[in-house]
Design a protein around this ligand. Structure first.
Ligand SMILES: NC(=O)c1ccc[n+]([C@@H]2O[C@H](COP(=O)([O-])OP(=O)(O)OC[C@H]3O[C@@H](n4cnc5c(N)ncnc54)[C@H](OP(=O)(O)O)[C@@H]3O)[C@@H](O)[C@H]2O)c1
Length: 308
């Protein structure tokens, strides 16, 4: 099984322009070299045991699409699902890190990665684009993890409006597009799970990170509402609200990682458990759960002090 660029092999080979000035992204696909080869190594089918057979129970054989899979919580989630025998469809905006992560996961969990798809979710219709690329490959997504996202910290008037629009594109527009389209398919099939990644920031306004917290409040409320609608179709919608987590997030947001940050691995484990238990809202860590109970005024002042 080799990771190969699809350049020149149809529409997936089209070059994406990356609005954030990053390296040009070729859409790439990692496809199996044939079912016969897979069967030789114990692969059965989408719902059977794959790879080394030494996987733990839970979601075994399901196909999981993880957005923002190159680092932090997304990578930890991908690893968690792979360790349970799931098939992974990995997505992010930058090709090279995505290739590296896919190769690493393949070494750790042979035959776990079935597709690697580059998509800049900040683009207009970025979520629709990703959905179409997944559909073009005839992949049925059993579990969608809408994890890709980023934050901006600083006084509102000092922030770049272009970056704010990008953030709303990734954190809100793309999450809505992907949730809408995959939810529709899942409802038709009468099964499926969607895990949207919000934040404890969803529970209150966040001075000096106002737009970011507001995007996460949207994700949390949107997910909780859809959960009610989706139940009758046999589809589960859950929302993950991590607290401070040690990832590249802070670097990108232009702030330091607080010392009390949780590891992405712990967050991913809590997320997986919560999803298995069909929790509406998953808040990893006792401290973060307690935080939720503090009065709004106290939380508002606390965030203002931390982010200023
Ligand atoms: N870290 C925290 O303290 C914390 C707390 C609460 C919630 N969260 C949420 O958790 C999620 C994951 O964040 P993280 O902490 O793991 O940060 P991270 O390590 O920076 O990971 C972010 C992921 O999102 C992807 N991404 C960013 N912009 C994208 C775009 N335009 N198009 C497609 N993919 C994009 C990145 O891939 P590329 O770089 O290739 O684009 C990367 O894989 C986010 O939704 C974040 O808001 C984080």
């Amino acid at each position: 099984m080799a990771l190969r660029s699809n350049a020149g092999e149809g529409e997936d080979g089209a070059v994406n322009s990356n609005a954030r000035g990053r390296e040009e992204s070729l859409c790439i696909a990692m496809e199996t070299k044939g079912a016969g080869f897979m069967k030789m190594w114990g692969y059965k089918d989408r719902f059977g045991v794959i790879g080394n057979g030494a996987r733990r129970a839970g979601q075994n054989g399901k196909t999981v699409l993880v957005t923002g899979a190159t680092s932090g919580i997304g990578l930890a989630m991908a690893r968690e699902f792979a360790s349970r025998g799931c098939h992974l469809v990995l997505s992010a905006s930058r090709e090279r890190p995505l290739r590296k992560v896919a190769a690493r996961l393949e070494r750790e969990f042979p035959f776990s990665v079935i597709a690697v798809i580059c998509q800049n979710l900040a683009e207009d219709g970025g979520g629709i684009g990703l959905y179409e690329k997944v559909s073009d490959r005839n992949i049925t997504v059993d579990v969608l993890v809408n994890n890709a996202g980023f934050g901006l910290v600083g006084e509102e008037i000092s922030l770049s409006l272009v970056r704010e629009r990008d953030m709303i594109g990734v954190n809100i527009a793309a999450v809505t597009e992907l949730t809408h389209l995959f939810l529709r398919d899942m409802c038709q099939r009468g099964e499926g799970k969607i895990l949207n990644v919000a934040s404890v920031g969803a529970f209150q306004p966040g001075p000096y990170t106002g737009a970011y917290y507001a995007t996460k409040a949207y994700v949390a409320n949107y997910s909780r509402a859809l959960r009610v609608e989706a139940k009758k179709y046999g589809v589960q919608v859950s929302v993950l609200c991590p607290g401070t987590t040690r990832t590249a997030f802070f670097d990108k947001a232009g702030s330091a990682v607080p010392i009390w940050a949780m590891s992405a691995r712990k967050v991913a484990k809590a997320a997986f458990r919560g999803l298995e238990k069909n929790r509406e809202m998953i808040v990893p860590g006792a401290g973060n759960k307690l935080l939720r109970l503090l009065p709004q005024r106290v939380k508002l002042q606390g965030v203002a002090m931390l982010k200023r």
